[in-house]
Design a protein. Structure first.
Length: 225
């Protein structure tokens, strides 16, 4: 897959150079960065602006692209025993997923389960997570409900985020826990909410609709950790 933009590309160069297959440059870049690229021993291809825009699909590429190995999702059976998991139920916006991955990795979440959607745009998630995608174990499962059933068998306490939940500031959390986050439009269905041991929320100080799901995820993960 192709990733682009200085921030994510430099992160991959620093932390995951082994997954790089080819480098594309559409403009002159800083000498220190170019030297790093040369030392990798990977093929460097110069491309024109038209080709660059096509690769970035109109995005802000900043003149640097990396062709990297396809992202491999982690089998659910490998992460279901982790201490702190997130389940993203029907969250389809790649920007939101990327922001959640970035925050979750930084705050010490052990793994993420993406559920009830057919596919995800890993290239976009890599960019919007600033490369954290390559460090976070992520599973793609067809059913959050079935995943929760398995997690309960491992002893994980299940928490679901909902506007009508208990204030996150008043809850004490065990070491082994799972947080379910729903899409901004649909939220978490009642059938899944009922499977949770507790429903939690971020209590707002002003009368406002709700927080963006990635912002809510950051607050909840920080408090739960």
């Amino acid at each position: 897959m192709i990733i682009y933009g200085k921030r994510v590309c430099l992160y991959v160069l620093e932390k995951h150079f082994d997954i790089i297959r080819k480098i594309y440059l559409s403009k002159e870049i800083e000498k220190n960065i170019f030297n790093k690229l040369q030392k990798l021993g990977k093929k460097i291809v110069r491309i024109d602006n038209k080709k660059a825009q096509a690769l970035a699909k109109g995005g802000n590429h900043q003149g640097i692209f990396l062709e990297v190995e396809e992202f491999n999702f982690t089998p659910f059976k490998e992460i279901k025993n982790y201490d702190f998991l997130l389940i993203l139920y029907k969250i389809t916006d790649s920007g939101n997923i990327g922001a959640i991955v970035r925050t979750a990795y930084a705050l010490g979440v052990d793994g993420i389960v993406i559920s009830d959607i057919k596919s995800v745009k890993t290239e976009t998630i890599a960019r919007t997570s600033s490369g954290a995608l390559f460090d976070m174990p992520i599973s793609l499962v067809p059913s959050a409900s079935e995943a929760v059933n398995e997690l309960k068998q491992t002893g994980s306490e299940i928490y679901a985020a909902d506007l009508n939940g208990e204030d996150i500031e008043t809850v004490n959390f065990p070491k082994k826990k799972t947080l379910i986050l729903g899409s901004e439009g649909e939220g978490i269905p009642n059938k899944l909410l009922k499977k949770a041991d507790k429903v939690v929320t971020v209590k707002l100080k002003r009368d406002f609709d709700s927080l963006n799901v990635s912002a809510a995820a950051a607050i909840l993960c920080y408090r739960m950790r």
